[in-house]
Design a protein around this ligand. Structure first.
Ligand code: AMP
Ligand code: ZN
Length: 469
């Protein structure tokens, strides 16, 4: 098929035409969340932009297989190998086990993704599922002389590589300052940039998750999981690897080092990175304490998809500053847009020529380094153009396969007030119990009580549903 999607490849440091290894097929890997806390809306910006990349590739006709890991072990407080395990930190904070924390925040992550219309990848694999794969790769690296044992841990030896800093231009000193922060140096390392593949000597006696290995009971480093999980599901030659820009170093740099040393050939051709969402004080991060989540925005009355639109109005390669003022403007624009679409008359024939012409413009914007704001401009221009309503409607539906803003739902969906929702659900359960006990007077009284509050109940085959009057 014709290749026409271009985007910035961090590996070659330029916008490039994307050409997959296999004609018409794309293998794509995404670094998943570290599930020790809720995802903040900065993390979700990265996932929204990656979702746009995947949907653009599908829109132009590729068969995409996308894989994502869930980091439920091995990611320490510093992206280098020092500090406390993030999962353990989460478990201590909430007096739960690491696996309980992992389950809770994995579910919360996919619930947030659902609200933002981020498609779930074809394969989602938690790191703790793949211990045998990690051991195989680490053993291979030891055999080939790319790794060594010191102080009980297994380290990757970066001095064995011809080139280590393949993804970044910065000097070694500059990069290492960024990741070391205030954590002390590991005396076992032969070279400053070496990194841990397998820990047996954790600083923390109470590391909860540990596995048998040829090097003693321990747990994997963070970087090895993405190399092994992508290899397991996507094979030795991968097309695209994605993440936020903070993943470029050390995480992705280390992934390349260990994967290519293990495989003995080039591994991934395209590296796609999304810039950060910042707040007024800088990069949004979970360790900062108060961070913004999708639920927080919802509780303030925002529709989650307004945040998606906020992200699409900026370019993925530019840092984006969050502000409620801009979100408010976006909310108004979103409501207007959805209402405009709902006013279109769907009956009638689609003008195929106009359809093809606008679809091409929309595609061209996305194919040009994922210019999502230009794609939205094409949508607005199309809605203003002198073409018939059914064609406009068909185009909106088509564009929304990528934009995923629920533009054809009818009217702007109001954010659900969670307190109200749980109150209504309780009343619905009470009414169902009354009906079962044949207390129809009580059941009717509950219906009336809700109606007085502006809530309309409707009994369907699937159960009782409610809406605002
Ligand atoms: P984590 O859960 O910390 O492993 O991060 C999940 C994803 O979010 C990774 O791809 C990070 O690069 C990305 N990320 C972290 N902070 C931000 C931010 N402030 N803005 C955008 N993406 C981010
Ligand atoms: Zn990763």
């Amino acid at each position: 098929m014709e290749n026409k999607v271009s985007f910035y490849n961090t590996l070659t440091k330029k916008v490039e035409l994307f050409v997959p290894n296999q004609d018409g097929k794309v293998s794509m890997y995404t670094c998943g969340p570290t599930v020790y806390h809720f995802a903040h809306i900065g993390n979700l910006r990265t996932y929204i932009c990656e979702d746009i990349l995947e949907k653009t590739l599908r829109y132009v006709g590729y068969d995409v297989k996308r894989v994502m890991n869930i980091t439920d072990v091995g990611h320490l407080s510093s992206d280098a190998d020092t500090g406390e395990d993030k999962m353990l930190k989460g478990a201590k904070r909430e007096h739960k086990t690491v696996m309980e924390i992992a389950k809770f925040y994995t579910d919360a992550f996919f619930s947030d993704c659902g609200k933002l219309n981020i498609k779930t990848p074809d394969v989602v694999e938690p790191a703790t599922n793949c211990i045998p794969e990690f051991i195989t790769m680490i053993s291979g690296l030891l055999e080939k002389g790319f790794a060594y044992q010191a102080g009980g841990n297994i380290y990757f030896d970066t001095s064995k590589l011809k080139e280590y800093y393949v993804l970044s231009n910065h000097s070694e000193e500059e990069l290492l300052v960024g990741v070391r922060d205030d954590v002390e140096e590991d005396g076992n390392k032969r070279n400053k940039s070496d990194f841990v593949l397998w820990f047996t000597k954790s600083k923390f006696e109470d590391q909860e998750l540990k596995w048998e290995s040829p090097w003693g009971v321990g747990y994997p480093g963070w970087h090895i999981e993405c190399s092994c999980i992508s290899l397991k599901h996507l094979g030795e030659h991968m097309d695209i690897h994605c993440g936020g820009v903070d993943n470029i170093f050390p995480h992705h740099t280390n992934e390349i080092a260990q994967s290519e040393s293990y495989l003995g050939h080039k591994w991934c051709n395209y590296w796609f990175h999304v810039h950060h969402l910042n707040d007024k004080t800088g990069k949004m991060s979970k360790s900062k304490g108060d961070f913004l989540t999708v639920s927080l925005l919802e509780s303030k009355g925002y529709n989650s998809l307004v945040y998606r639109m906020f992200c699409l109005q900026s370019h993925y390669r530019k840092p984006l500053e969050f502000s409620y003022e801009v979100l408010d403007n976006m909310s108004a624009a979103y409501e207007k847009l959805v209402n405009k679409v709902s006013s279109l008359d769907q009956a009638g024939e689609v003008d195929q020529e106009q359809f093809a012409a606008y679809r091409e413009k929309f595609e061209a914007a996305l194919c040009n380094d994922l210019n999502t704001s230009m794609a939205i401009t094409v949508l607005y221009d199309m809605l203003k153009a002198d073409i018939n309503d059914p064609t406009k409607y068909a185009l909106v539906k088509s564009f929304d396969e990528v934009l995923s803003l629920n533009l054809t739902v009818g009217k702007a969906v109001e954010a659900v007030d969670e307190e109200l929702a749980s109150f209504v659900e309780e009343k619905i359960a009470e009414r169902a119990a009354a009906k079962k006990a044949k207390d129809f007077a009580k059941a009717d009284a509950i219906r009336e009580e809700l109606l007085a509050k502006g809530i309309v109940l409707k009994d369907t085959r699937e159960g009782t549903v409610w809406s605002k009057a």
